[in-house]
Design a binder for this molecule. Structure first.
Ligand code: UDP
Length: 237
């Protein structure tokens, strides 16, 4: 299976379906970026971050903003929720007890998230757990590198997690690594995902904004501005 990407604001996004993306990355391990409008915005202001996205091994469209942006440009690509993708990766790697590492979130959160996953998937082979509030990157990278992980889940928020993975990839070139933002908070049971109807309608962001009004500042004006830029892109302005 070969990658087919489409350009959105100069960034290549993979057009795989959920299942195809899963098969692809399992067979071609490397860095998975779950891209959203905030990340595109950030990368446009940071050549270093743009480079990380451009060198990723798989870029999946996470969130309705990217799906709408691609639709405006005439591409029909379904969004792939990073949290669901990562959960499926955990299952797939656990089928043959491949070692999985967890890096990120507050100490009690990551601990609880791992406990819950272990209950759901008893064959999960946890080889490393590290909360996301460490000072010494070298120590964590070193420990992770020695853990032998084949799947590395990193929840440090973006772009921190993508930069971290970029470095970790050099130490574990055969591992699948994915940055998954607040997913450990959800898996720990502390944060609830939006009800399914919101997820289906692509309105998870609305639900989260109502629940956590401070997110409003993050989403606006990023989302409308992003759509505006894509429209400009379409008409070559
Ligand atoms: N986080 C972390 N270390 C940091 C900053 C953030 O481990 O230095 C964690 C934080 O505890 C949360 C996640 O990163 O679990 C970021 O969640 P957020 O909701 O910001 O991510 P999003 O999915 O919105 O990108």
């Amino acid at each position: 299976m070969n990658r087919t990407t489409v350009k959105l604001q100069s960034f290549g996004i993979d057009t795989f379906t959920f299942e195809e993306a899963l098969e692809y990355i399992i067979n071609n391990p490397g860095q998975v970026v779950t891209i959203n409008p905030e990340m595109v915005q950030c990368a446009k202001n940071s050549p270093e971050f743009a480079e990380v996205i451009n060198s990723a091994d798989l870029v999946i469209p996470d969130g309705i903003g990217v799906e709408i942006g691609l639709k405006i440009l005439g591409y029909k690509v379904r969004r792939i929720a990073g949290i669901e993708f990562a959960r499926k990766l955990v299952d797939r790697f656990s089928e043959n007890s491949s070692p999985v590492a967890f890096v990120g979130a507050r100490p009690e959160i990551v601990k609880k998230a791992v406990e819950n996953l272990k209950q759901e998937t008893p064959s999960l082979n946890v080889c490393y757990v590290q909360d996301g509030y460490f000072k010494d990157d070298e120590r964590v990278l070193n420990e992770l590198g020695n853990s032998g992980a084949k799947l590395v889940l990193v929840a440090l928020g973006s772009p921190k997690q993508e930069f971290f993975i970029k470095r970790a990839k050099e130490l574990l070139p055969d591992a699948v690594m994915i940055g998954i933002g607040g997913s450990f908070d959800v898996w720990s049971g502390v944060v609830k995902r939006a009800p399914e109807i919101y997820q289906k309608l692509g309105l998870e962001w609305l639900y989260r904004t109502v629940k956590e009004p401070q997110r409003f500042k993050r989403i606006f004006p990023t989302l409308p501005l992003f759509i505006f830029k894509v429209v400009q892109e379409k008409f070559g302005a």
